[in-house]
Ligand binder design. Sequence first.
Ligand code: GLP
Length: 244
Amino acid sequence: MRIILSESTQEAVTIVATMVTDRISSHPNSVIGLATGKTMEPVYAEWARLAQIQNLKSEKCFFFMLDEYMGLPKGHPASFRTYIEKRVLNPLNLHVDQFSFPPVFADSIHEAASHYELSLKEAGGIDLQLLGIGGNGHIGFNEPGSLKNSRTRLVELTPETRKANESDFPNGDMPMRALSMGIETILQGKHLVMLATGKSKADAIKYLMNHHDDPTCPATFLKSHPNFTLVLDPDAASKINLKI
Ligand code: GLP
């Protein structure tokens, strides 16, 4: 695991956004895995800003989403698809055919999840996977208790995660379930980049630093990956013993 301690949240955000633009610039056919959440919002804004300055062409890239809520109608403001359309697809002038979204509307979710895995494989796998972390150590929607060999599947959201995201659902219509890439799916990415910012992530980061392959904190599974980069702002790093 490579750890980057930044001096500010903005620096951490810029580091991650630059990893994306550098990757696309050097490998225009890249396959990028996209995470959602508040942590990633400024990353996508910075990516769009850098892409415009650099006149970066992204029309040969392909994007896979990590996860999606089950049961939300198309176009729901809190769906991850809406999030990505607003922050990545539209600002970067990309085409919807460049994206693969978790098949939450399929009749047979199990079959569709296997198909999602297959399309990932056919695309050559993910070159760069962006990840956030839940306050309980979840990645994607792989909640505590998820197994290292898990694949894309239906998951139940924990009360903790539902609480953390409830402000996105002012009407109280937050789903109980989601479709998420599994831990093994994520581990097959070639370069995994996790960004954690803010004090609310400090405990999860401390736990991550001190444990390995611990299902109670799914992020610990990432430490066995040969190319895992953890980017922290000062608040997220405030409970670990590392100096900048
Ligand atoms: C969300 C997403 C994750 C995200 C995490 C942290 O619910 N499923 O992909 O990394 O929880 O979210 P945030 O960045 O809003 O704290």
